[in-house]
Design a protein around this ligand. Structure first.
Ligand code: PMP
Length: 354
């Protein structure tokens, strides 16, 4: 064995495929089908590349300031990272150190257990109820912290602010992280609770609703104290996490609220229309408040459907995991993309025996 005995061994998170084939319909990683705000493209086109000679601002001040203005909080209440994955990983490391298990739902974002493992944090999963809802009473047991997405992934179900607050209220001696990667598609943010709870961290991302997954921009909002602790850990790892283009283009994206409202509104409208069409085809799904639909068909195996869709150049996500192996997570794309998906499914469903 030798040196291998002392390796930090982990089973890594499996990200969705990023096929680069032309002409495919990519509905597998919850990206936005529309381009970023027009101002972002304009700024990128005239970016001064000589500035890349220098290290970027370690505090990402331009972006933090723009976020503080957009979300009406103090700059000291904002922490930014390389995607919300980076923010979440830092938060796990910073706040979940009690030795007691961190609680999160099952089914949920499959990165939480990976971060818990890599950071050596004990954890306990709390199964969702039979309708895929979080059971707030599960979060009344002794724990070392709480994390959950709202809306949840991959179910898409949003919990009410009352449920979210009930969980926070019961856990004021630990840090509670609400992962709001999908909140802009109709969920209610826990941001409004920040004044009341200094142990609450609300995490969001530019990857979905701001159409900038390729820039890797995530952020969180919390009490000044929480943010100070996060920064201390971040600056103990790497001062320059966020590159200059991400800082500048991220800040620019926040200037165009009308565009943001327009594209999120469009995705919501498409989602609602697709829900109706899927229902007609016999699909069942929790009522998504996100930019994806988590659907099952009572008489067609999901894996078989996943493969057939892939064969046809339509990429969705499937997990061979307990409880969810009969579901497909379908990102909401443009109306045209969804029409192609639906016409494929119409034919496919009609061809099934029985
Ligand atoms: N949280 C949830 C629930 C997600 O589904 C994702 C996307 N995979 C993320 C966080 C991370 O997104 P990003 O790092 O692109 O901000």
């Amino acid at each position: 064995m030798g040196w291998e005995e002392n390796v930090r061994r982990v089973v890594p998170y499996t990200a969705g495929e990023q096929p680069r084939k032309p002409g495919i319909i990519k509905l597998n990683t919850n990206e936005c089908p529309y381009p970023p705000a027009p101002g972002v493209e304009r700024m990128a086109a005239r970016m001064d590349c000589s500035a890349l000679r220098l290290y970027p601002d370690p505090d990402s001040t331009v972006l933090v300031k723009a976020l503080a203005e957009a979300y009406h909080v103090k700059q000291e209440q904002i922490f930014v990272g390389v995607g919300s994955d980076d923010v979440l990983s830092m938060a796990f490391m910073t706040f979940f150190n009690s030795g007691r298990p961190v609680l999160f739902p099952d089914v949920t974002y499959s990165f939480y257990d990976v971060w818990a493992e890599v950071h050596r944090i004990p954890y306990k999963i709390c199964p969702l109820d039979e309708n895929w809802h979080i059971r707030p009473e599960d979060y009344r047991q002794p724990n070392g912290g709480v994390v959950f997405p709202n809306p949840n992934a991959p179910t898409g179900l949003a919990e009410s602010l009352e449920t979210v607050e009930e969980i926070i209220r019961a856990n004021q001696d630990v840090v509670v992280i609400v992962d709001e990667a999908y909140v802009d598609f109709g969920g209610v943010s826990a941001m409004g609770l920040l004044e009341k709870y200094d142990n609450l961290l609300v995490v969001q991302t530019f990857s979905k609703s701001r159409s900038m997954a390729g820039m890797r921009i995530g952020f969180c909002m919390g009490s000044e104290k929480l943010i100070r602790y996060l920064n201390d850990v971040k600056f103990s790892f790497n001062s320059y996490t966020m590159n200059l283009p991400s800082q500048l283009l991220g800040a620019e994206a926040l200037q165009d609220e009308a565009y943001f409202k327009e594209i999120t509104g469009r995705i919501i409208a498409t989602r609602e229309r697709v829900k109706g069409e899927l229902k007609k085809l016999g699909f069942l799904f929790p009522d998504s408040g996100a930019n994806f639909i988590f659907a099952t068909h009572p008489s067609i195996p999901a894996k078989q459907m996943f493969r057939a869709l892939r064969q046809a150049g339509i990429y969705v996500r499937h997990w061979d995991k307990p409880r969810i192996s009969e579901y497909l997570r379908i990102t909401v794309g443009t109306d045209e993309q969804m029409d192609l998906l639906l016409s494929f499914l119409r034919e496919y469903v009609a061809l099934q025996p029985g």
